[in-house]
Design a protein around this ligand. Sequence first.
Ligand code: NAD
Ligand code: SER
Length: 318
Amino acid sequence: MKKILIIGSCGQIGTELVLNLRSRHGDSNVYAADLHVDCPVKLSGGPYVQMDVLKKEAVRDFIISKKISEVYLLAALLSAKAEKNPAFAWELNMDGLFTILDLAKEGYIDKIFWPSSIAVFGPTTPQENTPQLTVMEPSTVYGISKQAGERWCEYYHNHYGVDVRSIRYPGLISYTSLPGGGTTDYAVDIFYQAKLGNEFSCFLADDTVLPMMYMEDAIRATLELMDVPKESVKIRSSYNLSGCSFTPKEISEEIQKHIPEFKITYAPDFRQAIADTWPGSIDDSFARSDWGWGEKYNLEMLVNVMLENIDVSMISDA
Ligand code: NAD
Ligand code: SER
């Protein structure tokens, strides 16, 4: 049985990825790692280790001693938080990646998953149906770090044969854990406020269209990409991936079909400037043809499943 490590496992993606990987590979073979000293209850069914990805030697010792063969590196500062602390965002988003890429180069790790983002695109990128290969001049520190990470992943694959695989996730929507400080977080927060019966003040303007995806689709895409033979993975920077695109107005209207009294107001802040540089929709034809990707959730389905499952006590507990 292979041993798998997920670094940044307590976050929005990590929580669901750990549970999925444990159900496939067995609880004891999937190590969850994060900064937190205590293991969150949701991840307590298998091994948990307190780990700072910036502590290079400790990370190396753990991976080598436990004979970890597959690493999912999720620890990062997301777009909004990164703009508040650019130097640290660059350090966190890049240094951990080099530690893991180098371990693979030295033969300790067989396969790596490292997520990129729609933030790799910038104001000069075509905004509709954004192609896989196009102009990329990101203007946020988060986007710059993701673009640099993509270049290094491809470099380590081309020069050292490292099997690293990546997806440019759109904004992810889920209810299992709270989002960690991105520009697309409004599309999760809105459900908590709607269910609590509160008016929602949106930090983006009503007509800001962004690519989004329901988490189940994102996890399935990740596992599908990690499962295919390496010859099928032709893009070694990061794959474009599309779910559904919508504006704050469109998602609020979909919520109003279930909760007619729900009200939204708009108070754009610094995150508007970030969103304005990102695409509105994504062309993911390379992912479709290389490894058979296809999304399942549209806006209507995503709103249904979120309203059915969201637990408002999570925001009072947070
Ligand atoms: P998140 O902020 O919810 O979770 C990140 C986790 O990393 C947190 O649990 C945090 O405690 C942990 N972490 C932070 N610093 C660490 C360190 N030094 N050592 C170990 N752990 C550390 O983020 P997420 O939404 O789960 O995103 C995971 C990855 O996916 C990131 O690389 C992010 O850029 C990327 N991504 C996410 C989205 C999205 O919409 N959620 C979209 C595109 C890309
Ligand atoms: N959801 C992420 C963010 O807003 C996109 O990478 O930062």
